[in-house]
Design a protein around this ligand. Sequence first.
Ligand SMILES: C[S@@+](CC[C@H](N)C(=O)[O-])C[C@H]1O[C@@H](n2cnc3c(N)ncnc32)[C@H](O)[C@@H]1O
Length: 276
Amino acid sequence: PSPPGSCPALGSGPRSVPGRAAAAFEPGAYLQNNYVPPRADFSCEQCVVPWKLRCLAEAFAGGEIGGRTLIDVGSGPTIYQLLSACDHFEEIVATDYLAVNREELRRWARGEPGTFDWSPFIRHVCKIEGRGEHWQDKERRLRQRLRRILPIDVHEPEPLGAPLRPPADALLSAFCLEAVSPDRASFARALAHVGSLLRPGGHALLLGALGESFYLAGAARLPVVPLSEEDVRGALAAAGFALRELRSYRMPPALQTGVDDVAGVFFAHAQKPPLA
Ligand SMILES: C[S@@+](CC[C@H](N)C(=O)[O-])C[C@H]1O[C@@H](n2cnc3c(N)ncnc32)[C@H](O)[C@@H]1O
C-alpha cells in the first residue's frame, strides 16, 4: 500500500490514502459477501447478522442513548447498523472514505431503484424491537434522518477535516477501524481520532472483527489488523472511554465462507466521561 499522502491522484479527498486495495473496494461484492445468506439468515438468531442487529437493538432499548446527532464512522455501503439508532436521534450522519460507498448510500437514501434490498433487515429489526412498527415506517424514518453523508479519514486527527459542530451525541462504527489500520497502534489512534467527534458524556457503540487478517470485496483483498478482546479494551481505555459492555461472538464454521478469515465479532458499548 502507498504511504499516507503519497497518492495525489485521489486529489481533493482526505489526505492519507488507504492504498490500492481500498480504492478497488467493490460495494456490490462486499454486500454479497456479508449481507445475504448464510451470514444474513434471519431464520437463525445465532447467525452473525441477527446477532449484530440484536446487540444494537438492545443497546438502544436501554433508553440512555439518544439526542440530536449520531455519527456513523466508516458506514461503507450499509445501513443495517442505523436501523435501531434512527429512532433515537434527529439526525444520522453517515461517513465513508470512499466516494463509491457514499454514493451507494445516497442512492439508497433517495430510494433509487436497483440499490441493495435492506427490507429483510428492516423487517427483522422491527420484529426484535417488538413495538409492532411497520417496516416501511422505519425505512422512511431512516431515509428522512440520513441527511448528511460525509467524507472521512479516521487516520487524520480531524477525521472530517473540521470539527463536527455541535459534536455528536453518539458515535457508531461497524467493522471500520480494524479494517483500515495496519496495526494495533494505528487502530488505537484511529479510535482516539473518531472519539474527538463525540461530546463529553456521549455514548460510543463499536462492532468489529476479532482475529481477522483480510477480507474480500470484489477484486480487492483488504488487510485487517487481527484484534483480541483485550486489544479492544486497551484501545477504548487509551482513548479515554469508560467501557460499559463488551460482548463477543464466535464465527461458526458454517459462516466461514472464504470471504474473510474472521474468527469472531465484538460489540462494545463505551462512554466518554462527562466534563468534571
Ligand atoms: C469493512 S467496511 C465496513 C462497512 C460497514 N460499516 C459494515 O458494517 O459493513 C470498512 C469501511 O471503511 C472505509 N474506509 C477505508 N479507509 C478509511 C479511512 N481511512 N477512514 C474511514 N473509513 C475508511 C471503507 O471504504 C469501507 O467502507
